[in-house]
Design a protein around this ligand. Structure first.
Ligand SMILES: [Zn+2]
Length: 296
């Protein structure tokens, strides 16, 4: 434990690409500052749609080799962000992408959505007790936008935080550890509106259509956002990391699109809602550091 860096950040995500879209600038910033940044991705994203026609054969209804391919994309993205500690929950392929809500894949054997929370959380407890993060970042209880794997990632992350702190739980998984602060990924509504206004002003040169504001995960009223990370110095790294997820994301002119080819803002500021722990900012102000108020 003595050789751990002073600041330790754990992020729990559902699929490869979620981390770069939501937290790419944050991850690059803290990695560059010498913090330990640990990413745990719960599935390999096997059910994703494939954008490049030349890779369409990887799709789950064809060769079903998208998962291993996305492991490589994630590794490339982490190189762009300078993050060296990235893991799959329980190992690569342990839990499978469940697909969008309501599809038969939700109930496929091994699907993350159908896995009992405590079984998945046990794998994460081991990571928490090893890395001993002061800060955990994940989704809100709705997973940001209702995707089953995102909802499950939230449940597993919160459950693991509780279990990791409980001395009576699985002593063999390491010494108990309490995470000081837990955050949910957020986007303030005003920032989303500004981003879409900029995108619409640029339409014609960017993407054939524009996504709806409701398509952006985690949008909430501004007053719920407690924390804002200015990732502007890391915008290029975030963009490069998103480009590394080439089966899932197209980046163009400072905006991006998923497989539906509808443009969305690419945010270089990243926002959070403090869900557990004490704010390190003066009353009425947003934090500008996830570790604000945390003792090293
Ligand atoms: Zn996802």
């Amino acid at each position: 434990m003595t050789d751990l860096p002073a600041r330790r950040l754990l992020l729990v995500h559902a699929h490869p690409d979620d981390e770069s879209i939501n937290n790419g600038a944050t991850m690059a910033k803290y990695a560059a500052e010498g913090a330990r940044v640990t990413l745990v991705t719960c599935t390999r994203g096997e059910e994703g749609e494939v954008i490049p026609p030349g890779l369409a054969h990887l799709a789950p209804d064809r060769e079903d080799r998208l998962g291993p391919h996305r492991v490589g994309e994630l590794a490339a993205a982490m190189r762009e962000l300078g993050v060296t500690d990235h893991r799959f929950l329980g190992g690569p392929g342990r839990f499978r992408d469940s697909g969008m809500m309501g599809v038969p894949q939700n109930h496929r054997e091994g699907a993350f959505w159908g896995t009992p929370v405590d079984i998945a959380a046990a794998h994460l407890v081991e990571v928490v007790r090893e890395v001993r993060p002061q800060v955990l970042v994940t989704y809100d209880p709705d997973g940001g936008y209702g995707h089953p794997d995102h909802i499950q990632a939230h449940r597993v992350a919160v459950r693991a935080a509780d279990l990791a702190a409980d001395p009576s739980y699985a002593p063999g998984l390491g010494a108990p550890h309490t995470i000081a602060k837990i955050y949910w990924n957020r986007v303030p509504r005003s920032a989303a509106e500004e981003g879409f206004a900029a995108l619409r002003a640029a339409t014609g040169t960017v993407f054939p259509g524009v996504a709806a504001l409701e398509d952006v995960p985690g949008v909430v009223d501004d007053e719920l956002v407690t924390t804002e990370i200015d990732g502007t110095p890391y915008a290029d790294r975030k963009t490069a990391a998103m480009c590394a997820h080439a089966t899932q994301i197209t980046v163009r002119d400072g905006f991006f699109a998923l497989s539906n080819n509808l443009g969305q803002p690419l945010f270089t500021r990243e926002w959070y809602q403090l869900a557990r722990g004490a704010s390190g900012a003066p009353a009425g102000e947003r934090e500008t550091d996830l570790f604000a108020g945390v003792a090293a």
